[in-house]
Design a protein around this ligand. Structure first.
Ligand code: AMP
Length: 378
């Protein structure tokens, strides 16, 4: 590998696997800082492709495209966990790649992720690995009812998940998922959900963004509130657990750890090897946002200051809003303390993330109140 010396400075070309909204915001951050960006994504209308210097329209496993990307770029990162770990290994023959294939291979498969968490001493919801219908009976006995059956790979935003109350329902759901490997999880009575987005450098230094409190609707993030309304000790513990996850994974780059809070205790729900939807508040409310931080970690630059400049509430704008006459942007934009981010997606479908907005206010309660009012008025 002919890797460039670190830090990689403005003027160099950076690459990203995946052209969705996370790739788009990475591209904007990198170009703002003077880097050139090459995006690999098969979709001609990809949100990141629209912003990139070069859009390679090819599959993530296309050897020719990976070679072109690796040879043109000083460093390559990814915006989603489902890129084949093999593609990251292939790219690493040409240029710097972060995060590494090993970490991505663990977290892109729920069975590996849950097993890794348990082996490394992190509390999770009770779970059982399911490879056959036979595993479901023992699994239901272990985790109890109700439970959630989740496909191990390629599930997102509540897709590939089914709530099951009996063995029969579990078997029916497993068949519905075509017998793919799954994880069966005990249903946790959630008090709250929180997350921590962080960056870890090559030298193992971590910079953590403030803890976000997250509310989901139908398995999709609806609102993030920062600072999270949890005891200081719990927020501290979430940060330390997230740091511990990053250290034990030997992670380099930006990642997120999502937690459940139940009975005042934290359980790790998921790890994302990339910037995260619950970190979009950083775009307007922190000294450094999570995408600039991704650029910094990728380029081997010192990590930026993650300080919160203002309490904030972030609201996702889903495709559902385009039904019945479309979103009322004038209502939203009439508020000087609301920042709108749209992702350039041409087709609005129910459940599809089209954009988000951040409400900055004197305290988290006031920000949440206006955020909810605007979400309902949109
Ligand atoms: P996931 O895609 O696994 O993060 O699930 C999406 C959302 O579904 C979570 O953020 C929770 O709101 C809910 N959820 C997932 N797993 C569980 C569980 N075991 N118990 C209770 N709620 C859950």
């Amino acid at each position: 590998m002919s890797s460039k010396p670190l830090p990689i400075l403005p003027g160099a070309t950076l690459g990203i696997l995946g052209g969705g909204q996370l790739g788009r915001m990475f591209t904007i951050a990198a170009r703002t800082m003077g880097y050139k960006v090459m995006v690999l994504d098969p979709d001609a209308a990809s949100p990141a492709g629209q912003m990139a210097d070069v859009h390679l329209r090819a599959d993530y496993a296309d050897h020719e495209a990976l070679k072109r990307l690796g040879e043109a770029c000083a460093a390559v990162t990814t915006e989603f966990e489902n890129v084949p770990a093999a593609s990251l290994i292939e790219l690493a023959n040409h240029c710097r790649v972060s995060p590494g294939a090993d970490a991505v291979a663990i977290v892109q498969d729920r069975s590996h992720e849950k097993s890794w968490l348990a082996q490394n001493g992190f509390a999770t919801a009770p779970f059982a690995l399911v490879y056959s219908e036979g595993d479901l009976d023992a699994g239901m006995a272990d985790v109890g009812a109700p439970a959630l059956l989740k496909v191990a790979r390629f599930g997102y935003d509540g897709k590939g998940q089914a709530r099951v109350n009996t063995r029969e329902e579990a078997r029916a759901a497993f068949r519905e998922f075509d017998g793919q490997p799954c994880v069966l999880e005990g249903f946790v009575k959630l008090e709250r959900e929180v997350s921590v987005v962080l960056a870890r450098s090559d030298a193992g230094k971590c910079a953590l963004f403030p803890v976000a409190e997250n509310r989901h609707e139908n398995g999709i993030l609806d609102v993030s509130i920062v600072p999270a309304r949890v005891p200081e000790s719990l927020a501290h513990q979430a940060c330390e657990m997230a740091r511990d996850v990053a250290n034990k994974l030997g992670y380099v780059g930006v990642m997120a750890v999502e937690f459940f809070v139940a009975d005042g205790r934290l359980m790790v729900n998921e790890i994302a090897p990339r910037p995260h939807n619950s970190g979009h508040y950083t775009l307007d409310a922190c000294v450094t946002d999570q995408f600039e931080q991704q650029v910094r970690a990728l380029c081997g630059l010192p990590l930026g200051d993650t300080r919160l400049l203002s309490p904030v509430a972030m609201v996702n704008i889903l495709g559902d809003r385009w039904q019945d006459g479309g979103p009322h942007w004038n209502t939203l934009l009439s508020h000087p303390n609301i920042k709108l981010h749209l992702y350039g997606k041409q087709t609005a479908r129910p459940g599809r993330k089209m954009g988000h907005f951040n409400v900055l206010d004197a305290d988290a309660g006031a920000a949440l109140q206006l955020a909810e009012q605007m979400r309902d008025a949109l």
